[in-house]
Design a protein around this ligand. Structure first.
Ligand code: BEZ
Length: 217
């Protein structure tokens, strides 16, 4: 099954560093970021998970639960978390899934078919750097795939969540390089006449198809 934007995030049971979970129960009423990394005790991954842990207040402020995944076992995850906490001066509290048999990596198409060095001792591919943003209805709203050699920018993940949450509340979209607080775009389905009553902070018509309004929050 190919996962696309708009697909329901497949449910699964998994062992994690915080105990067993059923994914849909874990999501509950929250937004969720499910992200995989190639392997524990590797340099780029260590910096990435330190960053995700350091952003815990930002995830909480947006009602986002984060959950990591790799093909390593629970013992490795737990030992590695101690390293991450030491190196990045954080207290990593989000769960990391142990997917040694690649059951969930296959379900979410997270295995590496590109980097012949990103394999375990048996030559079986590890995971790539995948990110799924999932909304409270369990719908996949973003899919990202990064190569093993490039660490991700988690500020970008937060930026997309801000855009999606705003767009779910108001009839707006967000321009390129938009960040929280910047002007937003009035959705094309809203007439300019409607826009004037819908957006009391003002409507700037750049072109009939490009209308801006100050951020509603
Ligand atoms: C890293 O995290 O540094 C890494 C992991 C697997 C392959 C390449 C880099």
């Amino acid at each position: 099954m190919t996962l696309r934007l708009g697909s329901v995030a497949p449910d699964f049971e998994a062992e994690t560093t915080q105990g067993p979970i059923r994914f849909h129960e874990f999501i509950g009423e929250n937004w969720t970021v499910l992200f995989s990394h190639p392997a524990d005790f590797t340099p780029v991954c260590t910096t990435e998970l330190g960053l995700v842990a350091a952003l815990q207040d930002e995830w909480d402020a947006r009602q986002v639960k984060v959950i990591g995944l790799s093909a390593n076992g629970l013992e490795d995850h737990k030992k590695w978390i101690a390293d991450i906490n030491e190196i990045s001066h954080v207290n990593l509290t989000f769960p990391i899934i142990a997917d040694a048999d690649r059951r969930i990596s296959i379900l979410y198409d997270m295995l590496d078919y590109q980097d012949p060095t990103n394999v375990d001792a048996k030559g079986i591919p590890f995971t790539i750097r995948s990110v799924f943003i999932i909304d409270p209805k369990k719908t996949i709203r973003l899919i990202l795939t990064y190569p093993a050699s490039t660490g991700r920018n988690f500020d970008e993940i937060l930026r997309v969540i801000d855009s999606l949450q705003l767009g779910d509340t108001y009839r707006i979209t967000t321009p390129g390089n938009w960040k929280k607080g910047d002007d937003v775009i009035i959705h094309p389905s809203v007439s300019t006449e409607e826009a004037h009553s819908m957006f009391p902070k003002g409507v700037k018509v750049v072109k009939p198809y490009l209308r801006l309004t100050p951020s509603p929050f």
